[in-house]
Write a protein that binds this ligand. Structure first.
Ligand code: BES
Ligand code: ZN
Length: 449
């Protein structure tokens, strides 16, 4: 990579890779993106490799390990979400455009801009000071958006080499522009795909409708049993292991600069909805949910076709909170669906990716060091302590396999359109991220002394 290429140019190059992990056709782009990243990390003076896995390669880079300083692992992902619906993008998703200091492209916030800011931060410190205050590992994967399955095996097989004191991630939002944000909890997730089989082939709906149950009708009826009228989840035992919110969280969240009106403004809905008895933030961050992510079957083409389809399909996912276990949730959901399945329908269940929720104490020594760094990077402002509703499944594996807690420091904004058309990242947050990286590595080194 030429030395003179500006940071913005490098960011745009990184964004041009269509590194969509969900789409097997895009794998060459995913791999090229991983290579670019490895070369970038090599160019800033780290020992970098592109480690092969059964799936997408993992980029690993480190400085020289020296005794007497803590090891910090900075995690990120270079894969991105699919881009559809493409027609709703104002500019093509992999041709980044800049307007009013904001870059628009798929992956801008999730997670390329956030990770690259840390890389630029490390690059700057290495240039200025010749060394970092910590032993540093960059671990940047290409399968986060599809459940990080290769990374779990990688952590097991390279456990010794990846030993670290603490993990740092910027893959969650800042609670409001300019507000330093430490996220100390994430929801977990369990994905499930179901297929309902009815007649052995598609049927004429006039000749057989009324005598043979339509699998799509069976599917919508079945899915409607997942929620009670108040939108709580109706699966038996679903809430049994949900850990209650602590009082300091309940009180603290009410004062955050992100409340129901902000959720309404970002999403464009006239009213919020969800389980009764909890505020919107509680429902987003500390309560589990059942979601239908996709539903299909039957005729989808132009005009009409009078058919009873032979199959019907749904993609479901369940957001989980401490102490729900993904495997246990699969069992409970399967029992629920089987108990509500009509006699004439067969059900196939495909269990998808899963990961437990994550919760740590933002007031422990690493959390305090992170808060100090946030204060310094944001001109003395007090950090907001939040949880988030999204999932980074590997975080619970960092704890389980490497024994390390994770600090989640947000650098993107809540209205960044992650997973949606027109994803954005404010360019000024690159500078902010560099500053945060510098302060954080210093604070973590000081904390370990
Ligand atoms: N950056 C998100 C995770 C996130 C989102 C954290 C919002 C905090 C707030 C990440 O890239 C993501 O989208 N994760 C997926 C994981 C899933 C596909 C296994 C998610 O949450 O849907
Ligand atoms: Zn994402």
């Amino acid at each position: 990579m030429p030395q003179h290429t500006s940071e913005i140019e490098q960011f745009l190059t990184y964004l041009r890779f269509a590194s969509i992990s969900a789409d097997a056709k895009m794998q060459p782009q995913v791999i090229d993106c991983g290579r670019w990243l490895r070369d970038k990390l090599t160019a800033i003076g780290l020992e970098a490799e592109l480690a092969q896995t059964k799936g997408n390669p993992i980029v690993l880079a480190r400085n020289q390990k020296k005794p007497g300083r803590p090891t910090v692992l900075i995690y990120g992902h270079y894969d991105v979400q699919p881009v559809d619906p493409l027609n709703l993008w104002r500019t093509p998703p992999f041709e980044p455009s800049i307007a009013n200091g904001i870059v628009t492209a798929r992956g801008a916030s999730d997670n390329k801009g956030q990770t690259l800011s840390h890389i630029f931060g490390v690059e700057e410190t290495l240039k200025r000071e010749g060394d970092l205050p910590v032993n540093l590992i960059f671990l940047i994967e290409g399968e986060e958006e599809v459940g990080s399955q290769s990374l779990t095996d990688f952590l097991q097989s390279r456990r010794k080499e990846l030993e670290c004191d603490v993990v740092v991630i910027s893959d969650s939002p800042m609670i409001a522009p300019g507000v330093p944000t430490l996220c100390y909890g994430l929801r977990g997730i369990q994905a499930i795909e179901i297929t309902l089989h009815g007649p052995k082939q598609d049927l004429h709906s006039g000749m057989f409708g009324g005598a043979v149950l339509n699998p799509l009708t069976a599917l919508v009826r079945l899915l409607s049993t997942l929620h009670r009228p108040d939108l709580s989840v109706a699966v038996d035992g679903f809430y049994d292991s949900v850990r209650p919110l602590q009082k300091w969280e309940h009180d603290g969240w009410k004062k955050l600069p992100y409340q129901e009106k902000d959720v309404k403004a970002i999403t464009g809905v006239p009213a919020l909805a969800g389980e009764s008895g909890h505020t919107a933030l509680e429902r987003l961050w500390a309560r589990p949910t059942a979601e239908i992510n996709g539903l299909w079957g039957g005729y989808q083409g132009e005009g009409s076709k009078t058919v009873i389809p032979s199959t019907a399909h749904a993609k479901l996912s369940f957001r989980l909170v401490p102490d729900q276990e993904p495997e246990e949730i699969v069992k409970l959901v399967e029992n629920h669906l089987r108990a509500n399945l009509p006699e004439s329908i067969q059900m196939e269940i495909e269990v998808g990716h899963g990961g437990a929720a994550y919760l740590t104490d933002p007031h422990d020594p690493w959390g305090k060091a992170a808060q100090n760094a946030l204060r310094k990077a944001f001109d003395g402002k007090e950090p907001a302590l939040i949880r988030e509703g999204g999932s980074i499944p590997i975080v619970s594996d960092f704890k389980r396999i490497l024994g390390a807690d994770t600090l989640l420091l947000g650098l993107c904004l809540s209205d960044c359109n992650a997973h949606s058309p027109n994803e954005t990242f404010p360019l000024e947050n690159i500078e902010l991220g560099k500053k945060l990286n510098r302060e954080l590595l210093r604070e973590l080194a000081a904390q370990a002394k």
